[in-house]
Design a protein around this ligand. Structure first.
Ligand code: CUA
Length: 360
């Protein structure tokens, strides 16, 4: 909800009127407090924080059962924490307002209930609650779709599991999944520790060199989300993002079939010129474009690069202008990434950018 100044003024007045204590009583109790100023702060703070609950990168906007359970747990913790906070404030207020002549409470009983019994019961209930959620979110289903994920400084590689002998669909920084079917991502790292996190779909899991960690989740409706690396992993940790697209199973199958195909050959002289620049400029040393001699494996597979949403793991939108900018000055846009900058005349640069865009 957008912040609205008039609504705030109305709410502040409403607070004056509806408060059981009334501003006069509150001011007497704690002279420094006036109701108007807290209301001016609280109302915008609430509207800003609540508007952050929905969105394409929010654990509080779940798109599947795993994320739903995590969101439920978050709300339960928030509500419980708020209730305990209010309880403590109430006790504090009681201690402040109590007359010295009042009878003292029984200290031992108070300490036993508040300091031992209450925490033990609360934490035990919470432990059972959390363990049940943990068991539910880690169970693997029978027809799960397995996807191998390789984390690199600073990009993500996704390899789809295929029957033996079939060409494999490989994407970079873009994960497509079908709705209604469990996805198991097998996480490996090519270099340092990273963390895989798509807040709308699941909790986060570390990606550790030499280990394969598995994360399971299901998207129950279509959407587009942002995934991030959540562990500091070097200079460009913040530019190690990926897009996740959940689509209905038919759409997904069509997409996957398209990704298995080799790259489409250039359809005119201009794109042919772009491909020639690509093949002669050193690009094939690191990148693969299936269907061409380019077979490099240390950088993202570009076979269907034209269909991707972003360049450089979420650094830029995938437009022809940004492709040229990336090729010519990737070290300026994302310093220390492993792609060197390529100097070439503007016609070659434009032809190369158009050719890459045509790889849909
Ligand atoms: Cu990879 Cu942070």
């Amino acid at each position: 909800m957008p912040w609205n100044g008039n609504a705030h003024r109305l709410s502040a007045r409403g607070l004056h009127r509806s408060s059981a204590l009334g501003p006069g009583v509150l001011r007497r109790v704690v002279p420094a407090i006036t109701v108007t100023y807290p209301a001016r702060l609280i109302v915008p703070a609430l509207s800003i924080s609540l508007s952050a609950c929905s969105g394409h990168q929010s654990a509080l906007d779940p798109y599947g059962p795993v994320a739903q359970r995590i969101a439920d747990l978050s709300w339960a913790l928030f509500a419980g924490g708020a209730a305990i906070f209010l309880l403590v404030l109430g006790i504090l207020l009681y201690a402040l307002l109590r007359r010295r002549t009042d009878r003292h409470p029984n200290h031992n009983a108070f300490i036993f209930v508040g300091g031992v019994a209450f925490p033990v019961v609360t934490l035990s209930v919470l432990l059972v609650f959390v363990m049940r959620i943990g068991a539910a979110v880690t169970a693997e289903e029978e027809n799960a779709l397995r996807i191998e994920v390789m984390a690199h400084q600073w990009w993500w590689e996704f390899r789809y599991q295929e029957p033996d002998g079939e060409p494999r669909a490989i994407t970079a920084n873009e994960l497509h999944i079908p709705t209604g079917r469990q996805v198991v991502v097998a996480l490996e790292s090519a270099d340092v520790i990273h963390t895989f996190w798509v807040p709308n779909l699941a909790g986060k899991l570390d990606v550790i060199p030499g280990m394969t960690n598995e994360l399971r989740f299901t998207a129950d409706r279509e959407g587009r989300f942002r995934g991030v690396c959540n562990e500091f992993c070097g200079a460009q940790h913040t530019l190690m993002n990926f897009s996740v697209v959940s689509r209905n199973p038919d759409d997904f199958d069509r997409w996957l079939e398209g990704q298995r195909q080799p790259a489409r050959p250039p359809v005119n002289d201009w794109l042919q010129q772009g491909q020639d620049v690509f093949l002669s400029s050193g690009c094939p040393l690191c990148h693969t474009v299936r269907g061409t001699p380019a077979r490099g494996s240390t950088a993202p597979d570009l076979t269907h690069f034209g269909s991707r949403l972003t360049i450089g793991a979420g650094t830029l939108e995938n437009t022809v202008g940004n492709r040229q900018a990336w090729i010519a000055s990737s070290q300026h846009l994302k310093p220390e990434n492993k792609m060197p900058e390529f100097r070439m005349d503007s016609e070659s640069l434009r032809a190369l950018a158009d050719y890459l865009g045509s790889l849909e």
